[in-house]
Design a protein around this ligand. Structure first.
Ligand SMILES: [Zn+2]
Length: 1078
């Protein structure tokens, strides 16, 4: 049975009628109408739920009488009564409703060059900025607004007009800006918080909350920090919406909140604290701009205060202040978790931890119509093997013996807290498909007076959101238990790698690293087997059987028909063969020391790994250390096809597309065998990364890249990556299925995955940092009362070779109120989805189209909010949903990333690399990637343990006499202001001044025995420890050439390679919104 309507249809492809102004010209298929998800005719009213795709029973016997709407309640009640495992940290609760006013940073903010604004403005092509232009560009319902504007700046918008006064670098003067229509000035006007005279209407915070009640069950419960466990679990969910929270704690007071504003939205991220863009008191703004109700601009010379636009660092700090250190109990449906940047503890009480699943919104629109109207993507980001902090309980493992896990007869969903037991406990109704199944005799249990099984607490699958089942042989290949996985180290020993010292570095490191292979908790040694291959134009396999005195080499030169020349002795237990392996690792660098071979093969190397796993009947991972484009005659041979002339043309997409054929087949073979590929690249020039990374990016692998590798400056950086890669916890040979309750279903998947059909997500391996982003679509109406459920089931092989099922369940609210939907959005998840969908889209269409679509959708989402959720107010006010108030800065940052920016100055391989690494990212990593942390170091308390609070990523926040650390998970910089105090430089570098710093100072900090040096190095080590990848420290001085590398990460500023500043982007989006609303 195939699922109608899914048909792989990547985003950004079809123009969708019915979404005024949001279509146009997206390339041809493979098409996935990003905006058209809900645009098509409602489909699938008769369609089976997603889970039915596999083996739907033909017997109607299991059909339930009718959907039961209250199925969730019992389990929630049960969950609520779950014993508390964590102390409720109420004493330490930060005060609610007290936004910090101290955070607006008052760093010296040297004005940017006056030319900058003009440049930014012109870069934005604010074609219709002037009123005339706006009138002359009515919004045609069938054309793409933004595209038009970007392409055809109206003549009215002349650069001279926009040229700011010298003393007002961020504020165009009044006559230049045509006050009533000017988004910039009007933003200010509306953002004017303290000047009472200027506020027409309530501030945004209040407006955003003023929507009608939404599904009484939703949010009136107690706040999420541990306190929620004290309240009656489910009762809260039925409270009338505007009702007071059970305790004062939940009342989340807002500035300027109107009387209609409900309290008790514990999950709502910083509702109103920031005041929204335009509302709450903002210190930085006070007196800053005397706006007037009509949005009239103030005196021309007034500077537009950058603090007046929503700040990511502020949002992050507010969330930390509100929820940091709290316990987040997952006992309620549709709870919005703390931000990924907040440190909190999760208590699983029936829904999966946000570490495993995050959503773009926790309140799904009830209908496809509503979803289409707001264009907020409905997606989950699932990180099935996410690391749990030590103070959280690891997943329980359930073993039903030979019977295996209990599953719904029809949709095959696994037993979970959402199943409802009926008929005295003899049968249960599936909450995904409503089918009623018999409870197997061995599993029978009586129900208590609440309809809950009396063994509720003893069974993780009834009370927990996440748990594992031991899988039976039915879940194993060929009905045989799997062998333990294997790791094969495959080292390119061509001239480049020998000469650079890489081969020796790898071999030396492996000796100690192999001692640290991942092992099962409590196991004495790792069960993972290891094998070794070296290669250039030919492959060398090594027999390292423990009985041998010396390793033996076997050469395979027929690379076209790859086979493994030895079985016994190739994949061995490290403990047994340690001596022979040491011997081998010592010999390898010497064996090839005099090599002149510069050509390599690549695809046959991966093929050899697959064949070895096949022969050993196991899954595993290849660690390949490779230097150059594989040009030797062999399958998968590549040729240089880099062509910067293609940038910004319709053919730019080919730069991101892998060369097909061999690698496509290889990915398929790898996934079928459970062979994951981690690729470490050491290129000195273009090597067609898009093709070389094709297999890793379809097998759950990672690609690491070290340009112009030198042991002295990059060695440690690479080794940190290798250590992290080798020790990651992970599962092998995995298949993931996401089941949903009726009314919606998973339609698209993004990640380092392979899809052989429309429902099974295959991953040769999946590690703790890999996430799959899943998009959902309606196929029927969702019920506010019963909510929506999803169950992610991952079948995999553990590191010791046990077959298991890891189950993550999540329940969401459903709403017919857009205000509720927006309130439950999560910006960090939204941007993860947008990044992945945009990065996939550029495989099929010009990056410019993709950028235009991103802008359009941003404007549309925000316009829909304004139109449907905010109280009436002057059109000139920019009103943003509280949950999305920093969404524009992320979106703008995304559009400036290397893959999307379309600059010939960027390396094609680097762009491809970034594209692929983001595709597999979870929410934490994409958040950091798109909004780096900029940490001031010059004024921190060196005695404190804490890392200083980051400041906004803008040049304005730097100061000539400052020291800053910037990191985004992939790069880390120490920036030194040109007037850095000599004593700080002395403390850090043992040099009298900046001028004394030599090149060798620029990649490492000396270990000096003084508080500042220790503190800075401690911060850097901590960051390196936390991130999935290593980062290479780069030390840059203000105004030195390498500073450019650093500046590209100041994402609030105009992009180095193109792209608007945050301020300009916000103005632009505001104007788009206003056009949409007229
Ligand atoms: Zn079912």
């Amino acid at each position: 049975m195939s699922q109608q309507g899914y048909v792989a249809a990547p985003p950004y492809s079809q123009a969708q009628p019915g979404i005024g102004g949001y279509q146009g010209g997206f390339g041809a298929p493979p098409a996935q109408p990003l905006y058209g998800h809900y645009g098509g005719p409602p489909q699938g009213f008769n369609a089976p739920p997603a889970g039915m795709m596999k083996s739907p029973p033909t017997s109607p016997a299991g059909m339930p009488p009718s959907p039961v709407s209250s199925q969730y309640n019992p389990s929630v009640q049960q969950n609520g009564a779950h014993p508390q495992r964590y102390a409720s940290p109420s004493a330490a609760s930060p005060p609610y409703g007290q936004p910090s006013h101290s955070v607006y940073n008052s760093m010296a903010s040297p004005a940017p060059p006056t030319q900058q604004l003009a440049n930014q403005m012109s870069a934005m092509n604010l074609g219709s900025y002037a009123p005339g232009a706006m009138q002359s560009q009515p919004l045609p319902p069938t054309s793409s607004v933004a595209q038009q504007h970007f392409q055809t700046p109206a003549p009215a918008m002349g650069q001279p007009q926009m040229h700011p006064a010298p003393q007002a670098p961020h504020m165009a003067s009044q006559n230049q800006m045509s006050p009533p229509q000017s988004p910039l000035t009007n933003m200010l006007a509306s953002g004017q918080p303290t000047g009472g005279q200027s506020m027409a209407g309530p501030p945004m915070g209040g407006q955003s909350m003023a929507g009608p009640p939404m599904g009484g069950q939703s949010m009136a419960g107690p706040p999420m920090g541990g306190q929620s466990m004290t309240g009656p679990p489910m009762a809260g969910m039925n409270m009338p919406f505007p009702g007071p929270p059970p305790s004062g704690q939940g009342a989340f007071q807002q500035h300027g909140t109107g009387p209609a504003a409900p309290s008790g939205y514990p999950q709502q991220s910083v509702a109103g604290q920031f005041g929204g863009l335009m509302s709450g008191p903002q210190p930085g703004m006070s007196g800053g701009f005397p706006g007037t109700p009509g949005g009239l601009a103030g005196p021309p010379q007034k500077k537009l205060d950058p603090d007046s636009i929503p700040s990511t660092t502020q949002v992050i700090e507010d969330d930390k202040a509100r929820l940091g250190g709290h316990v987040f109990s997952t006992n309620m449906r549709g709870q919005v978790p703390p931000l990924v940047t907040t440190d909190f503890t999760v208590q699983d009480q029936g829904n999966a931890s946000p570490r495993f699943i995050r959503c773009t919104t926790y309140s799904l629109p009830c209908t496809a119509e509503l979803a289409k109207q707001c264009q907020v993507p409905l997606a989950s980001i699932i990180k099935p093997f996410a690391k749990l902090p030590k103070n959280e309980t690891p997943l329980y493992v359930v073993n039903h013996g030979e019977t295996g896990p209990i599953r719904c007869n029809r949709c095959k969903a696994y037993m979970c807290p959402y199943m409802q037991f009926i008929d005295g406990g003899r049968r249960y109704q599936c909450s995904f498909c409503n089918c009623v199944s018999e409870v197997p005799v061995f599993y029978f249990q009586h129900l208590d007076h609440m309809g809950r099984r009396v063994d509720f607490y003893e069974r993780p699958e009834l009370s927990q959101g996440s748990y594992e089942f031991v899988a039976t042989l039915d879940y194993c290949k060929n009905n045989k238990p799997p062998n333990p996985p294997a790791y094969i180290f495959m080292i390119d020993v061509s001239y480049t790698n020998i000469k650079s010292g890489l081969v020796k570095l790898v071999c030396d490191e492996l000796k100690s690293l192999l001692e640290k292979l991942p092992r099962e908790d409590g196991a004495e040694a790792s069960a993972i087997k290891v094998g070794f291959v070296t290669y250039n134009k030919v492959l060398h396999f090594y027999n390292v059987k423990s009985a041998l005195a010396q390793p033996q080499m076997m050469v395979v030169s027929d690379v076209a028909e790859m086979f493994v020349p030895l079985l016994d002795g190739f994949l061995v237990n490290y403990q047994d063969s340690r001596a022979v392996i040491y011997n081998l690792l010592d010999q390898i660098p010497d064996m090839f020391a005099d090599t002149n071979e510069s050509e390599t093969v690549f695809a046959p190397v991966i093929q050899a790994g697959v064949e070895a796993f096949k022969a050993a009947e196991c899954s595993g991972k290849l660690f390949i250390f490779h230097s150059s484009m594989p040009t030797a005659e062999a399958p998968g041979k590549l040729k240089n096809r880099d062509d910067k002339k293609l940038v910004n043309t319709d053919k730019e997409k080919t730069l991101f597309q892998p060369q097909k054929g061999v690698y496509e087949q290889l990915s398929k073979d790898c996934v079928a065998q459970g062979c994951c590929v981690d690729l470490f690249l050491f290129p000195s020039q273009y090597l067609d990364l898009a093709s070389m990374a094709d297999v890793p990016s379809h097998t759950g692998g990672s690609v690491y890249k070290y340009n112009n590798f030198q042991v002295a400056t990059d060695g440690e950086h690479f080794l940190r990556d290798l250590r992290k890669a080798l020790q990651k916890s992970l599962g092998f040979d995995a298949v993931m299925r996401v089941r949903t309750s009726t009314g919606f279903r998973a339609t698209d998947f993004f990640g380092a995955i392979y899809m052989n059909n429309t429902t099974d997500v295959e991953m040769a391996a999946v590690d703790c940092d890999k996430a799959v982003t899943v998009e959902f679509k309606h196929d029927d109406t969702l019920s506010e009362e019963s909510g929506a459920f999803m169950q992610c089931a991952l079948l995999y092989t553990t590191i010791s070779g046990q077959r298991r099922l890891r189950i993550h369940n999540l329940s969401l609210n459903c709403t017919s109120q857009l205000s509720e939907l927006y309130k439950c959005c999560e910006t960090d998840s939204l941007i993860n989805f947008f990044a992945k969908s945009a990065y996939r889209a550029i495989l099929n269409q010009p990056v410019k189209n993709v950028r235009d679509i991103l802008v359009n959708q941003t404007a549309h989402m925000l316009a829909c909010y304004r139109k449907n959720c905010a109280s009436p107010s002057a059109a000139s006010q920019l009103i943003l949903p509280d949950s999305m108030k920093v969404f524009p800065v992320y979106m703008n940052s995304l559009m400036k990333t290397a893959p999307l920016v379309g600059s010939t100055e960027l390396s094609t391989d680097d762009r491809a690399h970034q594209r692929l690494s983001v595709m597999a990212m979870g929410v934490e990593d994409s958040q950091l990637q798109l909004y780096p942390r900029l940490i001031p170091l010059h004024n921190m308390d060196v005695g404190s343990e804490a890392v200083p609070d980051p400041v906004r990523c803008s040049e304005e926040r730097l100061s000539d006499s400052g020291l800053f650390l910037l990191e985004n998970g992939h790069s880390i910089f120490l920036w030194l202001g040109q007037a850095s105090p000599p004593d700080l430089i002395q403390s850090l570098f043992n040099a009298p001044s900046l001028a004394h710093l030599q090149q060798e100072h620029m990649f490492t900090l000396p270990e000096l025995d003084n508080p500042l040096s220790k503190k800075v190095r401690a911060i850097i080590s901590e960051l390196l420890e936390q991130r999935p990848n290593s980062m290479k420290l780069q030390i840059v001085r203000q105004r030195d050439k390498p500073e450019m590398l650093f500046r590209q990460f100041l994402v609030e500023d105009k992009g180095l390679h193109g792209g608007a500043s945050y301020m300009d982007f916000l103005c632009y989006v505001h104007r788009e919104i206003r056009q949409l609303l007229t």
